[in-house]
Design a protein around this ligand. Sequence first.
Ligand SMILES: [Cu+2]
Length: 259
Amino acid sequence: MLNWLGMPPAASAHAGEIDQMMVLVHWLMLVLFVGWGAFFLYVLVKFRRGANPKASYLGAKGKLSKGLEVAVAVIEVVLLVFYAIPAWARRVSNLPAESEAVVVRVVGQQFAWEVHYPGPDGKFGRTDLKLVSADNPLGLDRSDPDAKDDFNSENQLHVQVNRPVLVHLSSKDVIHSFGLYEMRVKQDAVPGLQIPVWFIPTVTTAEMRQKLANPMFDYEISCSQLCGLGHFRMRGFVVVDSAEDYQKFIADQEKDLAK
Ligand SMILES: [Cu+2]
């Protein structure tokens, strides 16, 4: 069923749960579509003008229609209460411990994603809007001791496979939306708010390239809210590294900082 839906490949621990819900909702919609379509054709014939010169204002009297309505409502409540709400609750609570996770800040701006890594000390340095410039898109205050080992990248989010990722998401200007389709993650980035988003990537970029037999494949961060004229080019990439590659990435960044 997933293939029929044309879903992107799944690459996070919770993707299966989201996909299962998608499948259930699509089955329900298919049944409703066929049911309502057939009913529509039936009434077109049954209540045609030729057979009913005088309109009846009484409406349906059978028990079947009411029963069906109730059944559909019950199925919808089941989907909501037993699938959607628990799945959402796990996304917004159950945040991974900061000590175990890859923790980053992601800041949306017209029209790019700025990624702020706290560095080895695990502490984000102070940022100040007054310090924002072309060279310092996050307004990082390098005089703050916590900021000394911080580094940032634009449109590139490196994470480690099978390790939780905790993103503190915000925006500098307008509302953007952080959409990672293969991770089944989507969250609005809202100015003035820091919203935690988390997922566990399960397939490295290299593995996914092999799986799809597409050496050009990349996990994309697509802005999913129309945020201005350059919205179409607001795309970043998630690089899911193996543990060694991730350590190497961090070490390289630190080396660059020391220069
Ligand atoms: Cu945007």
